[in-house]
Design a protein around this ligand. Structure first.
Ligand SMILES: *[C@@H]1O[C@H](CO)[C@@H](O)[C@H](O)[C@H]1NC(C)=O
Length: 420
């Protein structure tokens, strides 16, 4: 399978001389005078580990709590010199509000600025763009959750894998074949291995050894509606979580599910936003019992999940949804919870930005109270935060600090509460 011709990656780049990074010069050259500060910086940048339902910076023996955001396009913007400064701005502005984790796409399958141009073929220029994202994050003390694939068509995802399989002559009928077909699974595993074992050309640190990366996410919002029993997705999660751990035992792994309860817990189906979501092939409890999964992933989109726009109902849903998942993560699964996406669109006029802040505060409060009691670790990641100059990418969910000073205060206030 791996002998497929791959003109760009196999030949052109293997002969280039690795550049010696700035960091290497510092370490090699002026060692004695800078060693103590380098050492201190390293201690502070200790790897984040899981202890039961909590996260800790192991070397420093200090708790770590996520105050996070999403900006999915960082790698794509870094691939272009004209847009690259927006990457630095996105990370720097978030750090300025006290945010400490960014979730972003480490995949782009086929299409414009693809990282994976074809099965087993990876674009070195785009990989260097991802190197830039990781190194800028490190510079701003920002941890990363890197997602490795998409359930949806954006940036390739399942659909692109199925297209590649068909082009290679594999008999495939549905996008959900992504989860079961051996050829497609071999494409995915090869891609994951390429990313996880990547040696950053700017820092010279292998991704799998870099504490900047907090966690790998197997796939954004997986659903496998063709198998409502959940068996097919479950087998895929078990296989891929073990695979990631086999090449990177250090980093945390999460799935990326939206968090719907499924057939294994019929009594909890009524917590779901509707009847349909319990039959999309996912299963919050069972999925997270797979060996190798460290963090429970949940999303919150009451704005699109609930049929009405009665604000009180939305806040009530957030309370119930979060309290149930936090209780399950802490007591049943024994792992931290990561609200990987929560957000509210103001695009269609159903809600305004004032209600968005009420919604955000409700999410934070639901995490703060059990966290303060020592019941749960993890944290919440806003969908989504953009720097100035990226307004054209806004899908209705983007918070831009320059236009939303009170949202900036809300985020800063939450970070102060997490520090105290
Ligand atoms: C942030 O905290 C300050 C001080 O406690 C408070 O006055 C302000 O209303 C808070 N702002 C937001 C948006 O939560």
């Amino acid at each position: 399978m791996g002998d497929m011709m791959c003109p760009l990656t196999a030949t052109a780049w293997s002969t280039t001389t690795p550049r010696i990074s700035l960091l290497s010069y510092v370490l090699l050259g002026v060692a004695s005078s800078t060693m103590s500060t380098e050492q201190e910086a390293d201690d502070e940048w200790a790897a984040v580990e899981r202890r039961g339902a909590h996260l800790v910076m192991a070397a420093a023996e200090r708790p770590f709590v996520i105050h996070g955001f999403n900006t999915y396009w960082l790698m794509s913007f870094a691939a272009d010199e004209a847009t690259r400064p927006r990457v630095t701005a996105a990370i720097a502005e978030a750090a300025g509000a006290g945010l400490n984790v960014c979730r972003t796409w480490a995949f782009n399958d086929g299409g414009y600025r693809a990282l994976q141009t074809a099965p087993f073929c990876y674009d070195e220029e785009v990989f260097r763009a991802l190197d830039f994202v990781v190194s800028e994050a490190r510079r701003h003390k920002m941890r990363l959750i890197l997602a490795l694939c998409n359930n949806w068509e954006d940036y390739g995802g399942k659909t692109q894998y199925v297209s590649w399989g068909k082009e290679a002559g594999v008999d495939l009928t549905s996008d959900d074949d992504f989860f079961s077909d051996p050829t497609l699974k071999s494409y995915y595993k090869a891609f994951v291995e390429a990313v996880v074992t990547r040696i950053n050309t700017i820092t010279n640190v292998a991704y799998k050894d870099d504490p900047t990366i907090l966690a790998w996410e197997l796939i954004n919002e997986p659903r496998c509606s063709s198998d409502p029993s959940g068996d097919m997705l479950q087998a895929w999660i078990e296989e891929m979580a073990s695979y990631v751990k086999s090449i990177d035992p250090l980093h945390l792994v999460e799935i990326g599910v939206e968090g719907y309860y499924g057939p294994s817990t019929p009594e909890l189906l009524l917590v779901n936003p509707d009847d349909y979501s319990g039959h999309v092939g996912t299963d919050f409890i069972r999925n997270h019992q797979a060996l190798g999964i460290d963090l429970a992933s949940v999303h919150i989109y009451s704005d699109t999940w609930l049929p009405d726009s009665i604000e009180e109902n939305h806040l009530q849903f957030v309370n119930t949804w979060m309290q149930q998942h936090i209780d399950d993560a802490a007591n049943l699964l024994g792992m931290p919870i990561v609200i990987g996406e929560f957000g509210l669109s103001v695009k269609d006029g159903k809600f305004d930005s004032e209600f968005r802040e009420t919604f955000m505060q409700t999410v934070y409060n639901n995490f703060l109270s059990p966290w303060e009691r020592g019941m749960i670790g993890g944290g919440c990641l806003l969908w989504q935060l953009f720097p100035e100059g990226a307004e054209h990418m806004d899908d209705g969910y983007a918070v831009i600090f320059a236009n939303s000073p009170s949202t900036f205060n809300l985020l800063s206030n939450h970070s102060r509460k997490l520090e105290s």
